[in-house]
Design a protein around this ligand. Sequence first.
Ligand code: HOZ
Length: 430
Amino acid sequence: MNISESKRLFSEAQDYIPGGVNSPVRAFKAVGGNPLFIKSANGAFLYDEDGNEYIEMINSWGPMILGHNHPLIQEAVIKAMESGTSFGAPTAKEVEIAELITSMVPSIEKVRMVNSGTEATMSAIRLARGFTGRDKFIKMEGHYHGHGDSFLIAAGSGAMTMGNPDSPGVTSGTAKDTLLAPYNDLDAIRKLVEANPGEIAALILEPVPGNMGLCLPQVGYLEGLREICTTEGIVLIFDEVMTGFRLSKGGAQELFGVTPDMTTLGKIIGGGMPVGAYGGKKEIMDFVSPAGPVYQAGTLSGNPIAMSAGLAMLNELNNNPQVYNELNEIGVKISSGVKEINSDLGLDYTVNHLGSMYSLFFSNQTIQNFEDAKGSDLKMFGKYFQAMLKRGVYLAPSQFESLFLSTALTDDLIGKILAAHQESIKEIHS
Ligand code: HOZ
């Protein structure tokens, strides 16, 4: 495979951009080799600067549920562009998308648009603190809520991939208010609550975490968290940046029937444009400025181009609920195909799957928290990644990321992915 132009660009990029990339996981440090510089994407495919084609299994880390360059989203963006790119003033589209989000996710009674998932989670924690008058919050080990200071403690995703789950630059003053618990462990939460009575403002988690690879909540776990938070007056925040509108129309909260007090959303609600949002109960959201005293603002918040893309995407999902059956079928075909191939070869690597999210862990242990995920064979993952790439399948370049599937994956492409998997897994064990 010729990737000379990607190599040239990466070398040049390192002179001007730290590490040559604008987000660390993209540098391929965890898997070796040269990152690919992407020129375009369409449907289920990515195309690099050297003209190579890849079947896509990241989908911009989630938002391309319908595949890249969906005609409805493209059309909406082009039309919006004709009316200007940013006004820094309210628009009708913001009202329309807020109404749509609140109808699709009923726990969100009011919603505030921001520009990324990071902004959404930072703002949500500030609001929970302002609302409760408490300082501390609980986060789960290996969960990733963007790069706000107070979240970069035992953080998953790129932080873990780069070996910096606790980032330098986060002051001990900030870190002391972040309480950590292992995922899927209700007793650990009870102990934290007991040790910090009346001091915990919020508990934030990815209900279905994708940033330590995909893990699933044990039966009763989310319900248990809900109960503790209700009893203790703790604001329960579901970070659904990855799962919102992907696992079901109403996100993980609809799928598991557990209602949080607040929800954070990200790139999906912008159809891939830079967008985030946080929302929840009216009484909490009305604490946000200018309705209430907790300050949060942004010139680009509710940007008209991003809102148009998001509206096109959400309307399409809202009007076609069968999309979720399709996504689930695609997920089942890929994950069960991978398991079958592995088992035929006598390999019992763990496959976690839910709907259109999926992870293959190079471990034969059950993976249900950060400790488990860290036990995976990362060298083997790196070899597998390269073997798949060589065969034209583009995976997330880290064991600590979920894969995201799209409706653009036809049976033919699924067959190609599974064939690539079979050859790759054989190759790395030969
Ligand atoms: N941390 C992001 C996924 N969980 C990756 C962002 C990117 O590199 O684009």
